[in-house]
Design a protein around this ligand. Structure first.
Ligand SMILES: [Zn+2]
Length: 373
């Protein structure tokens, strides 16, 4: 009996050693170090021009960028250049397709759409092997056709720029982790960032006139498979968590938790927000004067809206069983779908704080706490 228990404890110790290190949230010191190494401003300032001291992330996106337009391809190039500068650990998948569209602006027929998918893969990664799952961060980059000149600063230029920032802030730490931990480098959670095209309706929101990019990609990834020791799994099953950012950048947002199945992730992000606020890193705390109300947390895990949802790019994935965290304020910003949703009506504090809340949470999710320098 004794020998059995010794053997059992040896076996358990061996299993524990073979398990990946516990992925831990960043503590205040680690979060402060990440913030110091990668301050979100000036790159995410809507008025910081390209060609400045550091590459501008947000201002190049603050142009009309309707599907198939010249501006849309300029914005795609802005994304491509950014990820190319982060190094060759990032790979690009272009999901290009043509879809039938309703008659608009005197045009009818079909339109070309392009989703861009950037992946930060472990070294030696095999494209046909399913060893890595992807934490998948998503925002749409297209803008509405009407009203004329619509910019869509919160919808979703700011979310796109925040995804660029997260990639920039976490690439080096991810590489350090892989260099230090062979287990992580061989089989691990990887990061995937999707810039979705055609989220907006061209004429009027309907099942056929909206979510062009997301509908196409979800269908494609349901059909595409990769090797797995017991057969093949669809590409869509490689999504560990689908995190969709939308309508961010206006002041004082309130974001509910929509889905019971990902309430754990909503809670993690909320805890990260509370930690950063108490560490004095959040701008929307500092700038609140003593007489006014204390800034409420943006994410409220007790505000469960699990009987409601907002139709958005996550739906084609959610319908196929993908776990989703939808980060969208309810109510929507006042400028929503108006000409006022532009760079002049953004809250710098909100852009700053969403950037650090999300980057810090993603860093913990990816197990980077010990690798922040
Ligand atoms: Zn919109």
């Amino acid at each position: 009996m004794k020998a059995v228990s010794v053997l059992l404890s040896l076996l358990l110790a061996w299993i524990a050693a073979a398990l990946p290190p516990q992925r831990a949230a960043l503590d205040k010191e680690q979060a402060a170090a990440l913030y110091k190494a990668f301050p979100p401003f000036p790159a995410l300032d809507p008025h910081f021009p390209p060609g400045g001291s550091t590459p501008a992330l947000l201002s190049p996106i603050l142009i009309p960028r309707t599907p198939g337009s010249e501006n849309a391809s300029l914005v795609r190039q802005h994304f491509v250049d950014h990820f190319a500068a982060l190094g060759d650990s990032w790979t690009l998948l272009r999901d290009e397709f043509t879809a039938p569209v309703p008659e608009y602006g005197g045009l009818s027929g079909t339109l070309n759409f392009t989703n861009l998918i950037f992946r930060l893969n472990p070294p030696g990664y095999d494209a046909d092997d399913i060893s890595a799952k992807y934490l998948t961060l998503v925002a749409h980059y297209d803008s509405k056709i009407a009203p004329h000149g619509f910019i869509g600063a919160t919808d979703s230029a700011v979310p796109c720029a925040i995804l660029m920032y997260i990639a920039q802030a976490l690439t080096a730490a991810t590489r350090r982790r892989w260099a230090d931990d062979p287990w992580a480098a061989q089989s691990d959670l990887a990061l995937q960032i999707i810039f979705m095209d055609g989220e907006e309706a061209l004429v009027e929101w309907s099942a056929k006139d909206s979510l062009y990019g997301a509908r196409h990609l979800a269908e494609r990834w349901e059909a595409e498979t990769r090797a797995y020791p017991y057969g093949r799994l669809s590409e869509i099953q490689n999504i560990d968590l689908f995190v969709l950012l939308d309508l961010l950048g206006a002041e004082a947002p309130t974001v509910p938790c929509f889905f019971g199945m990902t309430a754990w992730a909503c809670r993690q992000l909320s805890d990260t927000e509370s930690m950063l606020r108490s560490a004095g890193i959040a701008a929307s705390n500092k700038n609140t004067d003593a007489n006014s109300k204390k800034q409420k947390n943006y994410i409220n895990p007790t505000n469960l809206m699990t009987n409601a949802f907002v139709d958005d790019d996550h739906m084609p994935f959610l319908k196929r069983g993908t776990p989703v965290l939808h980060i969208i304020p309810v109510p929507f910003p006042l400028s929503w779908h108006t000409i006022l949703d532009n760079g002049d009506n953004l809250s710098l504090d909100a852009i700053h704080d969403w950037s650090i809340f999300l980057a810090t949470w993603v860093a913990g999710y990816l197990g980077l706490a010990e690798y922040i320098e």
